[in-house]
Design a protein around this ligand. Sequence first.
Ligand code: GAL
Length: 700
Amino acid sequence: MTTASPRSIRLDALAYGGDYNPDQWPEEVWLEDARLMVEAGVNIVTLPVFSWPLLEPREGEYDFAGLDRVIDLLWSHGIRIDLATATATPPAWLIREHPEVLPHNVDGVRLEFGSRQSYCPSSPVFRDAALRLTRTLAERYGEHPALALWHVSNEYGDHVSRCWCPVSAVHFRRWLGARYGSIDALNAAWGTSCWGQHYLDFEQIEPPRTATGPINPAQQLDFERFSSDALLELFQSEIDVLREVTPEIAVTTNFMSLFRELDYWDFADAEDLVTDDAYPDPADPNAHVGAALNYGLMRSLKDGRPWLLLEQAPSAVSWRDVNVPKAPGQMRLGSMQALAHGSDGVMFFQWRQAKFGPEKFHSAMLGHRGEDSRSFQETKALGAELKKLAAIKDTRVRASVALVADWDSWWGLSAPDSLPSLRLNWLTEARAWHAAAFALGQPVDVSRAGGPYGSHSVLLVPNLYAVTVEQADALAAFVAGGGQLVVGPFSGVVDHSEQVHDGGAPGPLRDLLGVEVDEWWPLADGEKRSVTLGAALVAATHDVRVWSEWLVVADGTEVLASFADGDLAGRAAVTRRSHGSGAAWYLGAGLDDDGMRAVLARVFADAGLSVPSPDAASTTLEVVTRTDGTTDFTFLLNHGRESVSVPGIADGTDLLSGGDAADGITLDGFGVAVVAHPVSALSPSSSPSLPSASDSEAAL
Ligand code: GAL
């Protein structure tokens, strides 16, 4: 099973390296950097992300002498370049000559120069200048043998993801014109007959700036879509230049994990390689669970193909209120987790720790103390270990479960002031559902709402507030094909114009789920409500989180859990409707962690997946398998500080220690093993079951 895309990163090993900012150092340091990079096993670095003012000190005047020298120096040491187009931060001269390039916030206040990413995504002045630089760079370095990948801009949407300036207003109107064709169609879709919002012309429409009261949710939703599209257009315009000048070189931009502001499905479609920047908080003992979901998204954005971890911190970051370092072993473990989930390499921000600027306290591969720093020692050790994992490159992750991520629903659910409750948060729900699957030993891919759903046997839909008939049909087809579908509360509520479906929720999902929602009963702050799961699950009573609903259940739909108290006592809370060998589950309440695990344990069992009993579930040991179709590479990741013994895997060898894995492996706290074994040793459709946290000798 090979997975190389038509345009791939030009590197025949797992990528290892980081952001490199030679501009911040005198040239004599560069030589030492190159030497130490080789010592650490670095084979690729990202540069020059923020160097526009040095590369083009005045409009149309270029100075590439320094960049030429650094690229040649690195290449003479065998190090390749993820070459940034350097357009993430416009230089002061551009801003001073064209202040209209600066973005405006929701109050119409202009955001001044002095940090980074100070541009309006819709500015034609910015775009033209960025494209000129991109073309000049592509023409200069397109043939350079060190060029492995184009890195367009940097973290689109970081700092500025929405702009409310007059230039954006013009772009927004143009975007609306293309979407609706006529002002009558827009009035109908936006429901402007409510609150006297009728428009005679697109010219009368403004971006939703701070207003007298709640803003039309349809206008708000379109502004979210437009803002994501405006950055995508900018991205695409750079890609077009790069494809024209260097058609062979793969293009990426670095994502920011599950990021509300940009619809990454669209961004991933535009590029060749998905890359991600991941900064799990070392102070959060469950950060690895969230990281697994982020990585599930990254591999799924291009249909399971390998992606690349382009940035992580070697230890502490510098932008949280409190920046805790990674404990010994934690950076290695986090790196291995990304590899387990399909990354074809490990990269960092940044190579050499800064001496000045806002990131001087951010850790780096080479710390302030130089070669002796703990981070450099760990960097070197990891570089050596990656070489032992060369065989995992281009392999794919096995996952039977997918979770639906839908940006329209995410955006709709964050309308600030017109929802039954502001406490129902899309990301919180997605993380809670994923955490339950994680604890039950299932790696989770991510799917678009309308599919395709691949070969997954379980589809988790924590929330699908906005749904179209086409998406509902695709979900129904998944169930008709034997899939287990689980849908969370407040789904199927509106169409893609924020209009409530006829007959109410769950709209076009009604027949599939076999329920109707009469009313939403969000919990008041501090209010308690509970749900009793029936014998078909694990009979127990659980707390309700945030949300509950008054459900009306159709004939033929089973009730598997009911509300235990309050005004909803005795009413259905969890239902299941069978459709042949498939089933559609509905949760009319937010369940606590144990309740969620109990439901998913049953769902997974119905899908034929091997899972531990819910009370043996654990988030400490994670097992993820990559495969090339012949050999499986099973990553055993101990996220706890205590050691864990894992039973043997037949014919398995731990690639890291070189040890035979047939008789069992003991993982130290934060320990990792990567066991290569023939595919037949473990069932291809399931992960090995997990030992409970307390049971260190449970069988795989
Ligand atoms: C990323 C960014 C890098 C660096 C890093 C620090 O968001 O792309 O340039 O600032 O954060 O954690």
